[in-house]
Design a protein around this ligand. Structure first.
Ligand code: MEV
Length: 429
């Protein structure tokens, strides 16, 4: 295949024609693309990205019965993995009857950096933080004025030499971004700070700086939410499988402790948390890559990657909680542009950013609870394979009638690929 120049300038049909010429595409490649194009809103989706050929659909579902700080929510979730919405819904119902999720947002602070090279003497620059802050506030006021009316804006500034890289400095700026995630606002402010930084240095008779890069930090260790559930150990009986509630609670806590201590387990444990969080983040048009990156850095904040959740069993009570960074927005960006993100916000009652953080954390904890509960009792495959049954049957080319028969047959049996093949074969004889 040759390297192509100007691919983005081609029309959609020219793009697909080129792909067809170059790649051994299936007969129905183009008709499938056409089928998934939106009849009325394709222009909206085309604007989100580049070289758009069609849309990629994922299921948009809901998990009802989330009782969070005494308020009930129906939570929208976008996820392709079977059993995640079911597990979140089951845990939500259980905890709604056992006190619900208690959540608290620590702060909404976000940071960004203007990195620069500077060959002056650090001791002349570092005492100027306060003056530089006042200077930048004034210089950036056109950019920050509207955010300030929404309670946000530039809050704090530090100048930090990067010790391991002589002559490299970080201008660390702290922001509040109201109910927006704030990436564009922060990046605009940081980029606009380059020129006034040098004007300031010149005014002080200091050498000017060579800007290196200006970008927000997705590490948001202060923009966190803590979410907790707690009940009497005996009330855990519905989740205990064949165990006593006491044994279940002990094993559950042990499993969480393993994930606190063992990185290999912690990664999978936290993946179970992000099954829930990402589904809410995607449904509401937020940036799941930023959320994941922040969460995993936070999980490793003491130098050892650990589980984000913790468990305690004491005095007959079971408590399970999670602290997670969640830089989410409920205004601006895709949250307002994607028609389904708008509907997701509507289902949640048009939440503020802090409220959405609490909902996402609760869903993360619910999925984590469901996963660990399954792992220490039946294992996850029993429930997972049942819910995955339809997908497996579709992959095996089963008809609707065969699917229905298979669902009935496997309702009390273990599902496996081979068992399904055998079942379909036995019916075709
Ligand atoms: C699967 O998507 C998630 C789990 O692996 C999480 C966990 O192991 O805790 C079940």
């Amino acid at each position: 295949m040759p390297i192509i120049k100007g691919f983005s300038k081609l029309s959609r049909s020219q793009k697909t024609a080129w792909l067809r010429e170059q790649l051994a595409l299936s007969e129905d490649f183009e008709s499938t693309l056409a089928e998934f194009r939106h009849p009325a809103r394709q222009a909206t989706f085309d604007d989100f990205s580049e070289n758009t050929l069609t849309n990629y659909l994922l299921p948009f579902g809901v998990a009802p019965n989330f009782l969070i700080n005494d308020q009930l929510y129906v939570v929208p979730m976008v996820i392709e993995e079977s059993s995640v919405v079911a597990a979140a819904s089951r845990a939500a119902s259980f905890w709604a009857q056992n006190g619900g999720f208690q959540t608290r947002v620590k702060d909404l602070k976000k940071t960004g950096h203007l990195w620069f090279e500077w060959d002056g003497a650090a001791e002349q620059l570092l005492p100027l933080e306060e003056q530089l802050m006042a200077f930048l506030r004034e210089a950036l006021k056109d950019l920050t004025a509207s955010m300030e009316t929404r309670g946000g804006g530039l809050q704090h500034l530090q100048i930090l030499p990067q010790e391991e890289l002589p002559g490299v400095y970080q201008l660390l700026l702290e922001f509040y971004t109201g109910d927006s995630m704030g990436a564009n606002f922060i990046n605009s402010c940081l980029e606009a700070a380059k020129e006034p930084l040098n004007r300031f240095l010149e005014q002080k008779g200091l050498p000017t700086a060579q800007p290196l890069m200006a970008i927000l930090s997705n590490h948001t260790p202060d923009c966190t939410v803590t979410c907790k559930v707690s009940c009497k150990v005996e009330d855990l009986a519905p989740y205990a499988g064949g165990l006593t509630a006491g044994d279940f609670a002990r094993k559950f806590k042990l499993a969480v402790d393993v994930a606190r201590l063992n990185t290999h387990r912690a990664v999978t444990h936290n993946k179970g948390i992000y099954n829930g969080i990402d589904a809410v983040v995607l449904a509401t048009g937020n940036d799941f890559r930023a959320v994941e990156a922040a969460g995993h850095a936070f999980a490793a904040r003491d130098g050892h990657y650990r589980s984000l959740s913790e468990c305690e069993v004491a005095d007959g009570r079971f408590s399970f909680w999670l602290t997670v960074p969640l830089a989410l927005g409920t205004v601006g960006g895709l949250t307002r542009l994607h028609p389904m993100a708008q509907r997701a916000m509507e289902l949640l009652g048009q939440p503020k950013a802090a409220e959405l953080m609490q909902v996402a954390a609760a869903v993360g904890l619910a999925n984590n609870f469901g996963a660990v509960a399954s792992l220490v009792t039946t294992g996850i495959q029993k429930g997972h394979m049942k819910l995955h049954l339809s997908n497996m049957l579709t992959a095996l080319g089963a008809s609707e009638a065969e699917k229905e028969a298979a669902r009935a047959w496997f309702s009390d049996k273990t599902v496996s690929q081979q068992a399904l093949r055998d079942f379909l074969e036995s019916r075709s004889k």
